[in-house]
Design a protein around this ligand. Structure first.
Ligand code: SF4
Length: 233
């Protein structure tokens, strides 16, 4: 029997990136060793076996939440692409595809997992900015875009000018190397406990103007709607 480490399964409206506003069912994996310092889901980091679920139970919860109306699933984490998750993740994806779900995968930008990426319908690939203290290799990003631009966005959480410039540098690198076009989304960060950072949003919009409008600047609307500390919304 296939078992998975699952933090939560819930229905919500996509709050960020180019699919903002689309209702979907989220399957959030438990377990992440990547360690972004500004992570807003640190409760997903432990590979705690008490989060184990059978595949049948995961599917049953998904079906209950989708009510046959929502046919879009977002697989997120934690880090669903951690090597220990891959066999169960593939089983989950195959089961979802067999039931006609469209699958979005949230990828942390630290690895390409071909056997997973080939199966899903869309991949949101993170470019990790300096403020995360995690690095996305520009070469890896170039490889990703070259292979999956037809079903991808690149997403970067930015907190300051240094983050913006690092993202622009990566954008320029892939463009210079003739990678295919792909949407790049800047997400001005809005951290737990913080007042809404209006100045940061305006600064990112202005930097984007100044650098020739390479990016879409899209905030996290679920945080505006429910508050910055709300979970599973
Ligand atoms: S990859 Fe995601 S879950 Fe893991 S530390 Fe970074 S933001 Fe948090």
């Amino acid at each position: 029997m296939t078992t998975l480490l699952i933090n939560s399964i819930y229905r919500a409206t996509e709050g960020e990136g180019i699919h903002v506003g689309i209702p979907q069912v989220f399957v959030r994996f438990q377990g992440c060793h990547i360690g972004c310092v500004n992570c807003d889901t640190k409760e997903t980091w432990d590979f705690d076996p008490s989060f184990t679920m059978d595949l049948d139970d995961v599917m049953s919860k998904v079906e209950t939440l989708s009510q046959d109306i929502i046919k879009r699933i977002s697989i997120t984490g934690g880090d669903p692409l951690h090597p220990s998750h891959i066999p169960s993740l593939i089983e989950l994806i195959k089961e979802l595809k067999a039931r006609d779900y469209t699958i979005n995968l949230e990828a942390a930008g630290t690895r390409i997992v071909k056997e997973v990426f080939d199966l899903v319908d869309f991949i949101s690939y993170d470019f990790k900015t300096p403020s995360t203290e995690v690095k996305t290799s520009k070469e890896l990003l170039f490889r990703f875009i070259s292979e999956y631009s037809h079903k991808a966005q690149v997403k970067a959480v930015v907190s300051d000018k240094k983050d913006f410039e690092a993202t622009f540098d990566a954008y320029h690198f892939v463009k210079k190397n003739n990678a295919p076009s792909v949407p790049w989304c800047l997400t001005p960060c809005y951290e737990p406990g913080e007042e809404f950072p209006m100045n940061r949003f305006q600064h990112m919009l202005q930097l984007n103007e100044h650098f020739g409008l390479p990016f879409r600047v899209i905030g996290q609307q679920h945080k505006w709607a429910y508050g910055v500390n709300a979970k599973n919304v």
